[in-house]
Design a binder for this molecule. Sequence first.
Ligand code: PLP
Length: 450
Amino acid sequence: TGLAGASEEQVRRDDRAHVFHSWSAQGLIDPLPIASAEGSYFTDYNGNRYLDFSSQLVNVNIGYQHPKLVAAIQEQAARLTTVSPAFANDARSEAARLIAEIAPGDLNMVFFTNGGAEANENALRMARLHTGRHKVLAAYRSYHGATAGAIALTGDPRRWPSEPGMPGVVRYWGPYPYRSAFHATSEAEESERALQHLRDVIMVEGPQTVAAVILETVVGTNGILVPPPGYLQGVREICDEFGIVMIADEVMAGFGRCGEWFAVDHWGVTPDLITFAKGVNSGYVPLGGVVISDRIAATFSERPYPGGLTYSGHPLACASAVASIEIFREEGIVEHARALGEEVIGPELRALAERHPSVGDVRGLGVFWALELVRDRDTREPLVPFNAAGADAAPMNEFAAACKQRGLWPFTHFNRTHVVPPCTTTADEVREGIAILDEALAVADRHTTA
Ligand code: PLP
């Protein structure tokens, strides 16, 4: 094809001339051209191989270029590459059936989108129409996507340039034991106080005005915040009490990432709507969606659902989801992810924390972990300030550069480095990556006051 054999220089030159990149000042970036990828590694044009502790944007759960997944996409491409959402299609039906099968409780129908933001847009629309209410409670320290509604739901600085966003968004604090908004000193206290806070917000907003509570089951980019025991069950109870739709955003946390099919399974909670994308097919073809409870689906059984997308349930994307779920089952990938977290990543990261004064907190489950880096363990002063940029962010940038020099691609955000490799990464590969983190953390340690 015209693509094979392009030189690194050509790729870089055309990228800088013509590709307008996400979230970036176009004149200040120099994206690394990637030549190939396999398993848990990708390789640049100079033959430098990186162990991917980021799974790109925490989406390549099955690893790169899984041969069976690639073959399934090739087969579907040869059969039927596109058909409108108005028709029925085997790849789409089977993807929906399988997703309903792995989803908890009575979440039996799937509305397909092209990604996570569109999934959240549609979940919110469903909740509003189902309840006839307009407000939505969304957490600080969250990310829900970059379309108009999803960025308005987002509780991090990526929302700021888009303000004022959507009317009806009300903000609340979720649990975060390490930096508790509730001055809690134990997980039990954190859970109880976060629930009382949510209840108070609903009371003063007027429960009859609140359509939905949206939360990331385990908060992703904003810190791998694992809810303390009882929290999600408590949110479920509050939503039931007031007739509020519980939306679990599992775009990042779902499909094996937390060592479960869906992260809510870890706590045995059934939300009314689950939004997904990323790990459903590891981004081999763009796909996302909303898994819908029977009760909400029934709202739209006689009355049309006012929403759609040309590529909703795209056959190529759906065929890749079918193949991905089958491969997950055949290879026990969910179980592998859970064991990696319990037996390798968790223990090894805790051992790192003992050696490095810059590590303030270690938290996570499955293949979804964070090291929170601090200047001082006693005061918990972050290694870099919240939303740091430029010179302020230098300690984290130096740490990331030290990882890359040693062949590890890290996922860093503010004062944290996340350990989020593909769910298929082997224990030895994880240890290889953590050994590099061990060396790179010496860079962070130099910025501590201890
Ligand atoms: N929700 C969560 C929790 C996410 O992590 C993301 C993406 O990072 C999104 C939604 C948005 O997904 P997309 O980028 O596919 O629109």
